[in-house]
Design a protein around this ligand. Structure first.
Ligand code: FAD
Length: 502
């Protein structure tokens, strides 16, 4: 009899059980462990807990007699109940903590990871071959395009250019309240969801576990079937409009043309290769323009893959990075997702999206939430933990480079060439959020000073020396010299109540 195979809750697609590519034995009994300690240790968004449990239980129902589904306090206890000390196989997990755990289990054999395009060793060889300079996503992305023959024409990129960001960074259409994209796929809940909701209610009632956020009808796929329907709907109806406004934000249309596929990819329900191949096929068939398809392929074959690889490549110490010495605590209104306590319209709107859905697209994450945390000097580890707990697609591997690196610049530039933050003018240009706001994006001081504009200059001032040395930020640092009201601005920012919502 082959050894049992342990399936983690983010390894739910068929690829993870396929016997090829060093996968588990085709007749291996499957073990799944639902650990309550995971939810006790951290205060997750309830919609995220719901999604993960629903997806695991749906998968167990599909696997039927082949699976032993154990509910336990910890993974170790669950495994002991399911297989005792017996031998075990398990696919390479997605976090260092889980990898450490499976390596410590006697008789466990770790099989190669699935769910990504590039084997880890190949990335290491690529990164080590970059001449010791900083790694750059653009170079990695082009290498992946070549290697996987994605959007290629002969040796060169389709259409003659690798990068179509220029066509894809437009503000929202002027005066439009919505982008007008066909609506995204939304799943229908099943009896499994009802059971999950009952369990979560009971855990909360009994004071065992506490959550943040709202757990309305489930918005994201929990099964392979639902995830394929979501991919199909995106590629056939929404991909064509993905590119041009992918960085824009609209108050009344938080999803715009984004795919909403991140949670399905990160649960393992979709494979990145099938997503980029479907997008390329739509372009080749003339159903979507190249700028949109390239933009989408870049997100998955470029960014997602790069982030996964960096998580392992940068090593465990990366977690403790704090190059800017940021030590502030997260205020209560932020922890509680109390959007109603916030006056700044952009921040209030985005925080409400997180509270209600556990999702926003990348610009609200980077240029509203992340940028605010960076400007306020909050501890990057705490900010990373918050994103991890509050987003439906958040996992250790994806949050660490994205938040600690890209959004909080805590790694001092190993992941990006400069800190991502801006004044209110950027938010005003890229959204319709500022119009009726009580603050004015062009005001730095006074009652109606925009917290992003004032916060931006206070940040630049605080890190002036570092920013002056970086060619990409030197001009911003020099701009400080032109601010006649700088002393007043600094007094205003220093006098801010650290716990009060802007
Ligand atoms: P789309 O805009 O439709 O993009 C398509 C796909 O590309 C996504 O589904 C996702 O799988 C992938 N992708 C794009 N950018 C990234 C990236 N930087 N890292 C990983 N995958 C990427 N993404 C997560 O999946 N989980 C996270 O926890 C997460 N945290 C983030 C935190 C910050 C501060 C920032 C700036 C970005 C983060 N992202 C994260 C990346 C990105 O914001 C989300 O993947 C995206 O918004 C999900 O929505 P979507 O599926 O509609 O994406």
């Amino acid at each position: 009899r082959p050894p049992a195979h342990w399936l983690f809750g983010d390894q739910l697609g068929p690829r993870f059980l396929a016997p090829g590519d060093g996968g588990p034995h085709r007749d291996a009994p499957v073990v799944m462990v639902e650990s309550k300690a995971v939810f006790r240790r951290r205060r997750f968004h309830r919609a995220k807990a719901h999604l993960v449990l629903s997806a695991m239980r749906h998968r167990a129902a599909e696997l039927g007699d082949r699976v032993r589904y154990v509910r336990a306090e910890t993974y170790r206890e669950g495994l002991r109940a399911a297989v005792g000390q017996g031998p075990l196989t398990v696919r390479h997990p997605t976090s260092r903590a889980a990898l450490g755990l499976v390596r410590s289990l006697e008789g466990a054999r770790v099989l190669p990871p699935a769910g990504f395009l590039v084997p880890r060793e190949e990335f290491t060889a690529w990164a080590d071959g970059q001449g010791g300079g900083p790694l750059r996503q653009e170079a990695f992305y082009r290498w992946v395009r070549r290697r996987h023959e994605l959007l290629m024409e002969g040796d060169g990129p389709a259409g003659g250019r690798w990068n179509r960001d220029h066509d894809n960074r437009q503000p929202p259409p002027r005066g439009a309240a919505e982008l007008g994209a066909p609506p995204p796929y939304r799943p229908r809940e099943s009896a499994v969801d009802e059971e999950v909701r009952r369990d979560l209610d009971r855990w909360e009632r009994d004071g065992e576990v506490s959550f943040v956020g709202r757990d309305g009808p489930r918005l994201f796929p929990a099964t392979r079937r639902e995830a394929l329907a979501a991919l199909h709907r995106f590629v056939e109806h929404r991909l064509a409009g993905f590119g041009p406004h992918e960085d824009a934000m609209l108050h009344g249309d938080p999803v715009m043309s984004h795919s909403l596929l991140s949670s399905s990819l990160n649960l393992g329900l979709l494979d990145p290769a099938e997503c980029v191949e479907a997008a390329e096929a739509a372009w080749r068939a003339g159903r979507a323009p190249l700028n949109s398809v390239e933009g989408f392929v870049r997100q998955i074959a470029g960014w997602r893959e790069y982030v996964w690889q960096l998580y392992w490549y940068f090593g465990e110490d990366y977690r403790a990075s704090n190059a800017l010495g940021a030590r502030g605590a997260l205020p209560r209104w932020w922890e509680e997702l109390d959007a109603d306590a916030v006056t700044a319209r952009c921040l209030s709107r985005v925080l409400a999206q997180v509270r209600d859905t556990g999702w926003t697209h990348h610009i609200p994450r980077l240029m509203v939430l992340g940028s605010h945390a960076l400007q306020r000097g909050w501890d990057p580890g705490a900010v990373t933990g918050w994103f991890h707990r509050c987003f439906v697609d958040g996992y250790d591997w994806v949050m660490l480079p994205n938040v600690t690196g890209m959004s909080q610049y805590a790694d001092g530039g190993r992941m990006t060439t400069k800190p991502y933050t801006s004044g209110g003018a950027y938010i005003d240009r890229m959204s319709d959020l500022c119009g009726p706001c009580a603050y004015r994006p062009d005001r730095r001081v006074g009652e109606d000073a925009c917290p992003f504009t004032a916060g931006y200059w206070a940040f630049v001032h605080r890190h002036r020396d570092r920013l002056e040395r970086n060619p990409r930020t030197a001009q911003a640092a020099r701009g400080l010299g032109r601010l006649k009201d700088l002393p007043e601005l600094l007094r205003q920012e220093q006098g801010r109540d650290a716990g009060a919502a802007p």
